[in-house]
Design a protein around this ligand. Structure first.
Ligand SMILES: Cc1cc2nc3c(=O)[nH]c(=O)nc-3n(C[C@H](O)[C@H](O)[C@H](O)COP(=O)(O)OP(=O)(O)OC[C@H]3O[C@@H](n4cnc5c(N)ncnc54)[C@H](O)[C@@H]3O)c2cc1C
Length: 337
């Protein structure tokens, strides 16, 4: 479906996917408004560690194991994307630390993935997630995107209804609502999404080394604070910090750095959302005029530039690229009998 340049596009959600998409669409000549009732950064995108880590994800997240080539393609879009935003990519890599048994297991997994065996994964990078959100918002506003602090409740081509009852005229809705809007009312495909609560600890940075440290059951990602993450609580979408769930994270972090002061660490909570195969839903919904950009699991930042490019391609009726089938928005639809 080709949408005319200048068409009015509403983006629901100002996380990594919605923000990257809004900027991309504004640059492509669409009249874009982003709707999000939450304050900037009050979402999974603002809580995230900001790792752009295809190899670590293929190694440590079973659902991502088969997606290494796709994740690498997504990462390779980042240098131009970050340069445009004036955002630094930290390329200090990921250092594997821990017991000899654990490092041997990781070496075995690296071998199975056809990757070089070593103690530092040099091709995994990271960015500062909150700075990235700020930079995306500033660039979007400069490109003419409007932001409204409202939730979208209903859409049909021509009419968008907001939670406060107001209606506005839009031609297309891009759904980038993360764990929100999973009841299928805005797009039936969202019922395939499962939330995964993630808690992450933030402690003061004590080392000058910029590399992420990856140990058994934990990562330590330096930045403005040391991000120690993260729990994977499948099926949960509440934002309540829960000390019992972070206990194993603390133990795993102390095993690597016994001197870490975790008693005063701040706990932050975000909810990721996943599909059964771990890749997002990207493309036209069965609901008329609705395009999906949702379900990025642990990789919303990594995938954001790729998803934004694909959404722009769908709106322009261009080729969405080699990852379109793998991320097809309707791939979990029940076949019609
Ligand atoms: C602890 C943790 C660590 C992570 N670390 C990394 C990492 O290192 N690297 C990485 O790539 N990814 C990481 N992730 C995953 C990443 O954060 C997510 O994949 C990504 O943030 C998803 O972005 P999003 O834009 O889809 O959703 P979100 O960031 O969840 O944003 C969705 C937005 O939609 C809004 N919304 C909901 N319903 C509506 C509605 N009806 N109308 C309007 N707006 C609505 C919400 O208010 C919200 O702001 C991490 C996640 C967590 C929780």
């Amino acid at each position: 479906m080709k949408v005319q340049s200048g068409a009015r596009v509403a983006v629901a959600g100002a996380g990594a996917l919605g923000s990257a998409t809004a900027l991309r669409l504004a640059r492509a000549g669409f009249a874009v408004t982003v709707f999000d009732p939450a304050p900037p950064g009050a979402n999974a995108s603002g809580v995230a560690a900001g790792m752009l880590a295809p190899v670590s994800e293929a190694l440590f997240d079973p659902a991502s194991r088969d997606h290494l080539p796709l994740m690498r393609r997504a990462r390779d879009l980042w240098p131009a994307f970050a340069e445009d935003l004036g955002l630094e990519i930290v390329r200090a890599g990921v250092r594997i630390e821990g017991s000899e048994t654990w490092r041997t297991q990781v070496g075995q997994r690296l071998r199975e993935l056809g990757l070089p065996i070593g103690e530092v994964i040099v091709e995994d990078w990271r960015v500062d997630a909150l700075r990235a959100l700020e930079a995306l918002r500033a660039a979007s506003e400069a490109a003419g995107v409007r932001f409204q602090a409202s939730a979208i409740e209903a859409f049909a081509p021509g009419t968008l209804r907001l939670a406060d009852g107001r209606t506005e005229a839009f031609d297309v809705l891009v759904l980038a609502t993360g764990p929100g809007a999973r009841d299928g009312r805005l797009a039936p495909e969202t019922v395939a999404l499962t939330p995964i609560k993630g808690q992450i600890l933030r402690a003061p940075v004590t080392e000058s080394d910029a590399a992420v440290v990856r140990g058994e059951g934990v990562y330590l990602a330096p930045g403005q604070t040391l991000a120690i993450g993260a729990t994977m609580e499948i099926g949960r979408d509440d934002l309540a910090p829960d000390a019992s769930a972070t206990q194993s994270l603390r133990a795993a972090a102390w095993a690597l750095r016994p001197d870490l002061d975790l008693d005063r660490a701040k706990v932050e909570v975000g909810v990721r959302v996943t599909t059964p195969d771990g890749l997002p839903l990207v493309g036209w919904s069965a609901a008329s005029g609705v395009l999906l950009a949702v379900g990025a699991r642990r990789n919303g930042w990594l995938l954001a530039p790729l998803v934004a490019d694909m959404v722009a391609a769908y709106l322009n009726d261009d080729n969405p690229g080699p990852d379109a089938a793998a991320m097809d928005a309707r791939r979990f639809e029940e076949p019609k009998s």
